[in-house]
Design a protein. Structure first.
Length: 146
């Protein structure tokens, strides 16, 4: 386990053993996170739970994936990214063909104003880092209908 792991070795092994009900083949989560370690750890957490994911490091990559023919059923985005933050990305999504896409925001440094703005953009939830992985997985399963 490294200092950036969000799971302990014991949690990682438990997740491998449990492997709850797998998501349907058409369910996919888009992870938008500029920190490569956090992005890959979150993708690994989803993989360990049989949930397909795609990753993007910024708004441009995320919008390109959303415009592709890949079926994306949920987006998880960091709030603090450059050059545009997660709220800017969500506004773009809400103005697109994917306007009803469920979205979860993660943030390590958010203000009350950020949370209020996010709720006005109809996000599923606003999670503070460090992320409670059990809560995140519950939200993901709920949104994907697993």
């Amino acid at each position: 386990m490294t200092e950036h792991d969000i799971l302990t070795d014991a949690e990682r092994e438990a997740l491998k053993e449990v492997m709850l009900t797998p998501a349907s083949a058409s369910s996919c989560v888009l992870i938008v996170e500029d920190d490569p370690v956090a992005r890959e750890l979150l993708a690994e957490l989803l993989e360990l739970n049989a949930i397909e994911s795609l990753t993007a490091s910024n708004e441009e990559q995320a919008l390109a994936l959303l415009a592709s023919d890949k079926p994306i059923n949920l987006m998880i985005t960091d709030l603090r990214m450059l050059p545009h933050d997660g709220l800017h990305l969500i506004r773009k999504v809400r103005e697109s063909d994917q306007a009803t896409l469920p979205i979860i925001i993660m943030s390590g440094g958010a203000s009350v104003r950020d949370a209020i703005d996010a709720m006005h953009l109809h996000v599923v939830d606003f999670l503070l880092k460090p992320i409670d992985t059990a809560k995140l997985l519950k939200l993901i399963r709920q949104e994907l209908g697993i």
